[in-house]
Design a protein around this ligand. Structure first.
Ligand code: MN
Length: 209
């Protein structure tokens, strides 16, 4: 079964003015589609065709670089679209808010550190909020790597991510990556981040039993 481009849960223009429609159209319809097509080509006729994208990422060191780049691209973008929503932003609540305070001191401090991870990632890559050893942590990865990959410097379960490739912001923000990251806070889908955090905690608890 070949991998497919997931549909967006909102119109490409729904995140304006923070993320413009043209960027969303090209980012989802062209960039993400290319990762899907190239991933399918790279795994055609191999056992990886039977695996989930998560399973492929977890053992990514076993695969050719085309699988790492395009498999990572597919996983990362599929997650990224769900982490944004129209009429979103604001702040997390409940257990997630408590976990953020526990790990970083405050929500504002967390935002600073997460933005710094995105701003200082040289070239193309991603910044992440991950669950690592039952605690939240911030990391960043180059290219289309992600914290699920066995090659990642800091491994964990992703709960929030921002794409800091220029293709994610250049049309609207040109070289101003920090402005794009600031705008991102207005579209973060905290309900989804909360769900991912709960699922990740449940998974850790089950594994510990
Ligand atoms: Mn991208």
């Amino acid at each position: 079964m070949a991998f497919e481009l997931p549909k967006l849960n909102y119109a490409t223009t729904a995140l304006e003015p923070h993320i413009d429609g043209r960027t969303m159209e090209i980012h989802h319809g062209k960039h993400h589609q290319a990762y899907v097509t190239n991933l399918n080509n790279a795994i055609a006729g191999t056992d990886a065709e039977k695996l989930s994208i998560d399973e492929i990422c977890k053992n990514i060191s076993k695969y050719p670089v085309a699988v790492r780049n395009n498999g990572g691209g597919h996983f990362n973008h599929s997650l990224f679209w769900t982490l944004m929503a129209p009429n979103a932003g604001g702040a997390p609540s409940g257990d997630l808010a408590k976990a953020i305070d526990a790990a970083f001191g405050s929500f504002d401090e967390f935002k600073k550190l997460f933005a710094a991870a995105g701003t200082t990632r040289f070239g193309s890559g991603w910044a992440w909020l991950i669950l690592k050893d039952a605690k939240l942590a911030i990391s960043s990865t180059p290219n289309q790597d992600n914290p699920l990959m066995d090659v990642a410097e800091m491994k964990g379960i992703p709960v929030l991510a921002i794409d800091v490739w220029e293709h994610a912001y250049y049309l609207n923000y040109q070289n101003r990556r920090p402005d794009y990251i600031t705008a991102f806070w207005n579209v973060v889908n905290w309900a989804e981040v909360d769900k991912l955090y709960k699922n990740a905690m449940d998974k850790l608890l089950k594994e510990a039993k």
